[in-house]
Design a protein around this ligand. Structure first.
Ligand code: NDP
Length: 499
């Protein structure tokens, strides 16, 4: 579906359930004027929100957390209806946000609040402080695949830091965005601190041009480039959380069943539509056959269908975006044409449902190995050792996350992987720990959400240096004498010259 294909009245668009095709909502296509007005309201609200201070903002975020927890099934229902993932997966997605809300509210002041900074030997007369001040208004542009967890990774941390938000969810999940904004208004009814604008890419582009103080973008690498180009017009900074092609590495001493089950879940849950989804598996040759046997057994038992349709209860949902189905089909076709074989599953495509598949014998330069597939498919390859596994992992243009399974060398292998995050003997674990940063390198983007870095991402550093008494050496003065310069030379030689 694109906005143009719908029968919705002018200025609106329909959202359809990807499993049933039913229309589940109609939303406005907000114009550039609408977006500018929302940003203007957000700017007025920013003073009020910042004025509440850390403690009161924390109380509001805690209450928001309570609303989410008490109405979690309702929100999970909206996610499931709009983007098709099974209700249980949608429930888990919301549950994982709650810890982030708690952590950001509790730690914002500690991370961002004013602190003293040492001034140095030559500057004993100076007292320095640094604090991180909220940028003002942050525009959040979100994807549909984790329509709560992903945008909330920016929204929660930006709010805790004192920013107000204008949120543009994906055109596939505007109802989820509306639900979040309505729930937040229950706990912050006074001012429009979190607002919603809906529409397609043009509404997102309008948000980039609307004079916000930062854009937090999550989506594909291709769109991130367009967002950056638009933001460049107004020198609006961007944090870009983009795609991935994550690898899972299995060493010869790994718990093979645990690794296989994690690989299947990491690659196939959410129908493979996870930025940090496992797409490539590199297994030590000594354990390859046994690992392949277990993985085949696990994946062979999975079935994709629609929670909302006749396949209720299928553990794997449909593909949300119709256009993505063609990309998955191309990657499967390219792999088979390149000599690959199906180890397990079928990869069969019916409408927007793709059955899980594990491919072996896929050439390293095949699209199924080099491009983000975003479907329930896994590419399995044997390697001679973990050096080869690390080299193949790092050969990608994407560097978002990775997973390593090894009983004794997990951390050492993890340290050699060029990516923002690595999970050892687990998958996705780095996304659920609120205190650690989340984000990528290379085509996976830049900037960080979550943790201390995620709070600072929505602030600017504000430094104040105060002269406490007259400097013993008046260096920055036209009254500087040759004697002062002579003493400076001696100090420089003493402090730095011996290095
Ligand atoms: P898209 O890049 O298609 O869209 C992302 C968002 O950008 C949507 O809200 C979209 O609006 C909007 N948009 C589209 N065009 C423009 C434009 N010209 N200017 C401003 N905004 C625009 O990504 P998807 O929604 O398909 O999400 C899937 C992608 O997101 C995958 O690549 C996945 O890996 C990545 N992702 C990355 C994560 C991370 O943390 N690194 C987490 C989750 C997903 P609309 O939908 O209305 O067109």
């Amino acid at each position: 579906m694109t906005l143009q294909d719908t029968l919705a009245p002018a200025g609106t668009f329909e959202v359809r359930n990807p499993g049933t095709g039913d229309v589940v909502g109609t939303y406005s296509v907000h114009t550039a004027e609408d977006v500018a007005a929302a940003v203007e309201r957000a700017r007025l609200a920013a003073d009020w929100w910042q004025g509440l201070g850390y403690d009161e903002r924390r109380r509001r975020l805690d209450r928001f957390r309570g609303v989410l927890a008490r109405r979690i099934n309702q929100l999970a229902g909206v996610i499931s209806e709009e983007m098709g993932k099974p209700h249980g997966d949608a429930y888990l997605e919301v549950a994982l946000v709650l810890d982030h809300l708690a952590w950001a509210g509790r730690n914002a002041e500690k991370v961002l609040g004013k602190r003293r900074a040492p001034a140095g030997l030559l500057n004993a007369h100076l007292g320095a402080t640094v604090e991180y001040q909220a940028l003002g208004v942050v525009g959040v542009i979100g994807p549909w695949n984790y329509p709560v967890f992903t945008p909330m990774g920016s929204i929660v941390y930006a709010l805790a830091a004192g920013n107000t938000i204008v949120f543009k969810p994906s055109e596939f999940t505007p109802g989820v965005g509306a639900w979040l904004v309505d729930a937040f208004a229950q706990v912050v009814p006074e001012q429009p601190v979190l607002q919603l604008v809906t529409g397609d890419g043009s509404t997102g582009a309008a948000l980039c041009r609307a004079g916000v103080d930062k854009i937090a973008f999550t989506g594909s690498t291709a769109t991130a480039k367009r967002v950056m180009a638009t933001c460049a017009e107004t020198l609006t900074p961007v944090v870009a959380e983009c795609g991935g092609k994550d690898a899972l590495l299995v060493d010869e001493d790994a718990d093979l069943r645990a690794a296989a089950e994690a690989a299947a879940w990491g690659g196939i849950a959410n129908a493979g539509q996870s930025c940090i989804g496992v797409e490539r598996i590199y297994v030590h040759a000594k354990v390859h056959d046994e690992f392949a046997r277990i993985l085949g057994e696990v994946v062979g038992g999975l079935r994709a269908g629609s929670d909302a349709g006749s396949d209720a209860g299928a553990p794997v949902g449909p593909i949300t975006m119709p256009g993505q189905v063609e990309i998955i089909r191309r990657h499967l076709d390219d792999a088979i044409a390149g000599g690959a074989q199906l180890l397990a599953g079928t990869g069969e495509i019916t409408g927007q449902t793709v059955q899980p598949a594990v491919l072996v014998g896929v050439p390293d330069d095949c699209s199924a190995v080099t491009e983000e597939t975003f479907g329930p498919t896994l590419v399995l390859r044997a390697v001679q050792d973990m050096d080869e596994a690390v080299a193949l992992t790092n050969a990608s243009r994407y560097h978002l996350g990775a997973s390593v399974f090894s009983r004794s060398n997990g951390t050492a292998i993890a340290d050699r992987i060029r990516s923002g995050m690595v999970a050892v003997n687990s998958v996705f674990s780095f996304a659920v720990v609120p205190s650690v940063p989340f984000g990528g390198v290379g085509d996976s983007g830049f900037g960080r959400i979550h943790g201390e870095d995620g709070l600072r991402e929505f602030c600017y550093a504000h430094t104040v240096v105060r002269q406490r008494f007259r400097p013993p050496l008046p260096l920055m003065s036209f009254g500087r004498t040759p004697q002062v310069e002579d003493r400076l030379a001696k100090i420089v030689a003493l402090v730095h010259g011996g290095k």
